[in-house]
Every structure is written in structure tokens, then in C-alpha cells.
Design a protein around this ligand. Structure first.
Ligand code: HEC
Length: 109
């Protein structure tokens, strides 16, 4: 039984049986536990339309420095998108969406 399981394992995952020490370390840290840099996420994904300071307003986007939306409303728009703004729920993790939403709150004077 064990042998069968072992062969199956080798065949499917190409992981050698019995050499646990050499098995690859799976580097998949839980995203929620790693602190996400909202500013970095923003520069990469959002500055294109919103500008690095949130005020650019390109492609019909809103000036984020005067936005009155709450954090939850921002998370909803970022996740689902709105008009020309694309939905980020498939692009960013929940942790990243929350971090970038929090970051957009800092534009407000
Ligand atoms: C393709 C251009 C584009 C990109 C990229 C983009 N946005 Fe937007 N965003 C828009 C547009 C357009 C609106 C206005 C939608 C509307 O109300 O019609 C908007 C609206 C918003 C709003 C709501 C502002 C308000 O007061 O109504 C928030 C918050 C926001 N974007 C955050 C972000 C964040 C964070 C990112 C990156 C993860 C991002 N956006 C990326 C175009 C973009």
C-alpha cells in the first residue's frame, strides 16, 4: 500500500520518496500575515490612472485626495471596479486591497 502511494507520489509530483530533507521548501507564506506595503501596491497598480499622489484623474478617475468614501467603500470599489476602473479582486490579494485602500485614505488632507 505504501509502495503504491509512493509510486503515485513520484509519478504525479516528481518528489522523491523518503528524502524529506531534500524536498523543496514550499514558499507560500500566508499573505495576510505578511505586512503589505500599500504605497508600493498603489504605485504599481493605481498610479497609472490616479497618479502617485492620487490626484491625477486620468481616464476619468476620481481625485482620491478629495474622496469622502469610507475604507469599506474603497475596498468595495477596488475589489469590484467601477466604470473604467478595473476590478482588482483577481489581481490583488485581500490583504493588498485592504492595504492599498488604507493607503488611499492618507491622500486626504
Ligand atoms: C484604469 C484606470 C484606473 C486604475 C488602474 C485604478 N483606478 Fe481607481 N478609479 C478609476 C476611475 C475611472 C474611477 C471613478 C469611477 C466612477 O465613480 O465612475 C476610480 C475610482 C476610485 C475610487 C473611488 C473614489 C471616489 O471617491 O469615488 C477609489 C477609492 C479608487 N479608484 C482606488 C483605486 C485603487 C486603490 C487602485 C489600484 C488598486 C485604482 N483605483 C486603480 C480608474 C482607475
Amino acid at each position: 500500500m505504501f509502495r503504491i502511494a509512493c509510486l503515485f507520489f513520484i509519478g504525479s509530483a516528481m518528489v522523491s520518496c523518503g528524502s524529506k530533507d531534500q524536498s523543496q521548501k514550499t514558499e507560500t507564506p500566508s499573505v495576510e500575515t505578511v505586512s503589505v506595503d500599500g504605497a508600493k501596491v498603489f504605485k504599481i497598480n493605481c498610479a497609472l490612472c490616479h497618479g502617485e499622489d492620487g490626484k491625477l484623474g486620468a481616464n476619468g478617475s476620481k481625485d482620491l485626495s478629495i474622496s469622502e468614501l469610507s475604507l469599506d467603500e474603497r475596498i468595495a470599489i477596488i475589489s469590484k471596479g467601477k466604470n473604467t476602473m478595473i476590478a482588482f479582486e483577481k489581481i490583488l490579494t485581500l490583504g493588498e486591497i485592504r492595504a492599498v485602500a488604507e493607503y488611499t485614505m492618507t491622500f486626504k488632507k
